[in-house]
Design a protein around this ligand. Structure first.
Ligand SMILES: [Ca+2]
Ligand SMILES: [Ca+2]
Length: 286
């Protein structure tokens, strides 16, 4: 049975014989998530829900047949055949499994809305699309803080995703120090991708503030001083590619660290600010 079989499609018939009796068929087990139905009179088994090879690659249905007095049961094995869901991602594609998984999880909806026939595997990912990917993938794992809005995402199909990304502290914007823009049409650089994933997924104590969401980032506003000393020490070690952070960091060191953090933030975001507005490409649904 192909996984793209239309709901209501015929799987097959269960046939039992009991001369002179009226038989009634039913499925008593194995129809995970209501995937199948059976006609009580004819024994025709049909699909009752969308099938998905990744979700359930096979079923073992228990079918009962009753003549009103006695009931017999049998087992029907149904294999679900994988089908490439995007025309531009055939089964031979290097990333076939990854892209199919992405779609199965609802993280991508394809690249040619309102259709879902193409994924555009060779396109770059825009910052707006990245916001949507992250929102769909881990939206339920982060707690939003104060609402964040940007001035350049108005009307974008990703505006809600972008504002979510800001409210959970995974993006700070693309035009420091104002940071009132997100540059949704810019491509995500590999460096930005690292920052997004670190802020979204990091739980190792470096840079994520442990329980603190949104991410506590040092700034000249003084918030830096609320960062635990241990976090500062780890940052110190990472900046210098050493595994031996100092045991004692005095006030002067802390002040210096704050300057380094600020410089790093500015360096990271400067490129985005300069590129903003260069891309007039239409939005696409990732
Ligand atoms: Ca598939
Ligand atoms: Ca907005």
């Amino acid at each position: 049975m192909r996984e793209d079989e239309a709901v209501g499609g015929t799987v097959g018939y269960v046939v039992a014989s009991d001369p002179g009796a009226t038989l009634e068929y039913s499925i008593t087990d194995g129809s995970t998530d209501g995937a199948f139905a059976i006609d009580p009179a004819t024994g025709e088994i049909t699909t009752a829900a969308a099938l998905d090879y990744l979700a359930t690659p096979s079923y073992s249905l228990t079918v009962a047949v009753s003549d009103g007095l006695l009931t017999g049961t049998g087992t029907i094995a149904i294999a679900v055949a994988d089908v490439a869901r995007f025309e531009d991602v055939p089964m031979t594609h290097t990333f076939y499994d990854d892209i199919e998984w992405l779609a199965w999880k609802g993280i991508t909806k394809g690249c040619n809305p309102p259709h879902v026939t193409h994924f555009c595997p060779d396109d770059s990912v825009s910052r707006g699309q990245m916001a949507a990917f992250l929102h769909r993938a881990i939206g339920d794992t982060l707690t939003p803080g104060a609402p964040v809005t940007f001035s350049d995402d108005d009307g974008s199909i990703f505006e809600a995703d972008i504002e979510w990304l800001g409210s959970v502290g995974v993006t700070k914007g693309c035009n420091p120090p104002a940071n009132d823009m997100f540059c949704p049409d810019d491509s995500v650089t590999r460096g930005q991708m690292a920052a997004f994933l670190h802020r979204a997924l990091g739980t190792d104590g470096y840079g994520d503030g442990g329980e603190a969401r949104p991410l506590v980032k040092p700034s000249r506003s003084g918030r830096f001083l609320s960062v635990p000393l241990d976090t500062i020490r780890r940052a110190w070690a990472v900046e210098r590619r050493t595994s031996s952070p100092p045991n004692i960091m005095n006030t002067a060191n802390i002040a210096n660290e704050r300057r380094l953090w600020d410089d790093r933030d500015n360096d990271r975001d400067r490129g985005n600010r300069n590129r903003h507005g260069a891309d007039g490409a239409p939005h696409r649904t990732p």
